[in-house]
Each structure stands twice: as structure tokens, then as C-alpha cells.
Ligand binder design. Sequence first.
Ligand code: PRP
Ligand code: URA
Length: 208
Amino acid sequence: MKNLTIIDHPLVKRDLTLLRDKRTPSNQFRAILRRASIVMAYEVTRDLKMKSVTVATPLEKTRGSVFPHPVVLVPILRAGLGLVGGFVEVIPDARVGHIGLYRNEATLQPVDYYFKVPRNLHKALVLVLDPMLATGGSGVTAISYLKRKGAQNIRFVSLVAAPEGVRALSTGHPDVKIFSCALDRKLNSKGYILPGLGDAGDRIFGTE
Ligand code: PRP
Ligand code: URA
């Protein structure tokens, strides 16, 4: 699992526990996921090599830092939308693309229905957002599409990952760093992560 970084900040551990809890209703689930995603954004950008610039304070000039590349966020619909608010809170000039995928319940293969991403992806740090990395089919498909559109610097950000998904993503796209707040035990026979948190889209949007 050399491509995988676990985000183990205590604030995220606390929030993930609340998100796993089946008693947490959708309104709280959304708010907690947004809050957790702010800390996730800190951790995912922690190692960026910043570009040094000159900044003039009211008193004198000094050195400051700016991001070395533009940042593009790409949530995988639907559940990835739950992470966007926190990321744009701390990276307000990020542009946002969208990739629409859902899993066929029988085959677990991703079915695509929407793609819209900003131009000039080759210059950007592209952060693919999806709370669940299960079989990895959706992540692999989304990243293949982004590479066809020119993306070269991609990170995949999830809340809960299964070993099967991490292996699939690492095999399909070995250049992509994977971040997750937890590496869970395994998938069940229906492709759900154990212990997981259930169907993330349904829990965010109240469609259970
Ligand atoms: C969920 C989740 C991921 C995908 C992960 O989406 O948000 O996109 O499953 O599974 P995989 O790694 O096996 O591809 P889902 O298909 O339930 O669609 P939804 O977000 O629209 O509910
Ligand atoms: N998608 C989800 O929302 N949850 C899982 O456990 C697996 C895939």
C-alpha cells in the first residue's frame, strides 16, 4: 500500500466515528463530512512545494508563498459532492470539475453519465474527491478520463478505503497518491466496505 497515506488527525478520527454511526441523520452527516473535509484538505496539501514570492507588507517587503500550481477539485457524483464545501473553504480559488458515475449494483462496474472539467488540466494539481474507495472501479475510471483530458498531477482523496480499492487504484494508476482517513477490512459480497459507513450518497442526500 505504498501509494496510500492515512489521514489520522484526531479531529478526523472523531468525525469518522460519527459518520460511521448508523444513528447519525443526513443533516448531521453532511455537516460532519464537510467539517472533516477541511482537515482532509490540510493533510492532502501538506507536502506541496510552495512557490516563493515577494509580498509587500505595510512596512517592508518580505518573502511569502503561493501554490505552485492551480488546484482543480473533481468530485465523483454524487457522494464526492459532500467533500467539496470543506475543500473550497480552504482553497477558495480552486476550480471544480464534475464526474458522474454510479455503480451497476449487479456487476459493480461504474456507469458514466456526466463529465465536465476545467481546461488546462495539465498545469493543475487535480484532487479527485470521493468518500468511498471500494472496488476502485469508479476511481480508476475517473482518473483515466482526467488523464485523457491532460491531467498529470492527480491525487485521490477518500474518507474510507477498502484494501481491494487501494490495490486496484495503485495498479491502474501507480503515479496517483491516495489519501484516506481509514483503511477498512474488506468488501462484502455486494461491494460494500466493512465496517464502512454504508452508502455514502444515500447518507449524504437522505435517499436510503
Ligand atoms: C459510491 C461511491 C463511489 C463508488 C465507490 O458511489 O461514492 O463513487 O460507490 O465504489 P467503487 O470503488 O466500487 O467504484 P455510487 O455508485 O453508490 O453512486 P452515488 O454516489 O451516486 O450514490
Ligand atoms: N459505495 C458506498 O457508498 N459505500 C460502500 O461501502 C461502497 C461503495
